[in-house]
Design a protein around this ligand. Structure first.
Ligand code: UTP
Length: 227
């Protein structure tokens, strides 16, 4: 049985543009794909998380409380996606990677958000992939691939079709210092995937044909991170 973990960015899930239509479409795709697989979907917080985090930051609250609000938003998004998926979704939102695997089964979809303060849902997806011994991670983001630098800031940024785990690691670490792309994948997540050699497909999450190819482990228009 194949296991696939999808990190579904909040900007994909709730951009605020007739979101129910996309939720229906992605749910149809996941329902069609999950029969012979075990699928985990880790939802990001998107605008809702950013709103709560920035408001609490303006109140002068400590970082761990901002994270707590972010986690709350990711779980709210997870619940929304669960509702869209209906019967095929496990009717519980796990709060740890271990619990996610415990409640999972073939033909069902485990939907969750964050787990603990100090990282993002990309890292959670890598933790779940490690725990579940997943074949691959699909990082469904609002960029269509990984680039050598932030394409919005650097005109000569190169689109990367295939990179190694080590190259991704370098890329996300450069991002921390402000020079490179910041949102390709979480640093901790990249470290876990590198250590466990779990391939990552970085794709435009709004492109469902691309999402299907990534779930199936086929060639994508985005970036494949692997050996
Ligand atoms: P996201 O995973 O959506 O963060 O979690 P992000 O990658 O920063 O957001 P995008 O993709 O750019 O929109 C939202 C916030 O929730 C907290 C963090 O503060 C994170 O920034 N969080 C999330 C945690 O503290 N722990 C988790 O396990 C998940």
């Amino acid at each position: 049985m194949e296991t696939v973990v999808i990190s579904l960015g909040g900007s994909i899930l709730i951009p605020g543009d007739n979101d129910h239509i996309f939720l229906r479409e992605i749910s149809d795709l996941i329902r069609e794909q999950c029969g012979d697989k075990r699928i985990f979907i880790v939802c990001g917080g998107g605008k809702v998380a950013r709103y709560y985090i920035s408001t609490a930051r303006d109140l002068g609250r400590p970082v761990w409380e901002l994270d707590e609000l972010g986690i709350g938003a990711t779980r709210l998004n997870a619940r929304l996606l669960q509702m869209a998926l209906g019967d095929v979704a496990v009717d519980h939102i796990p709060t740890t990677a271990k619990e996610a695997v415990e409640v999972s089964s073939k033909g069902k979809v485990v939907v969750m958000g964050g787990t603990a303060p100090g990282h993002t849902t990309d890292a959670v997806s890598a933790m779940v992939a490690e725990e579940a011994k997943a074949s691959r991670i699909v990082n469904a983001t609002s960029v269509d691939a990984a680039y050598s630098a932030d394409p919005r800031k650097f005109k000569d940024a190169k689109r990367l079709k295939r990179i190694t785990f080590e190259e991704l690691h370098t890329l996300v670490n450069v991002g921390v210092h402000g020079a490179g792309p910041s949102n390709v994948f979480d640093k901790l997540g990249a470290e876990i995937a590198m250590r466990k050699r779990i391939p990552i497909y970085i794709i435009n999450g709004r492109n469902l044909a691309e999402m299907k190819r990534a779930i199936l482990g086929q060639e994508v228009e985005g970036t494949l991170v692997g050996e």
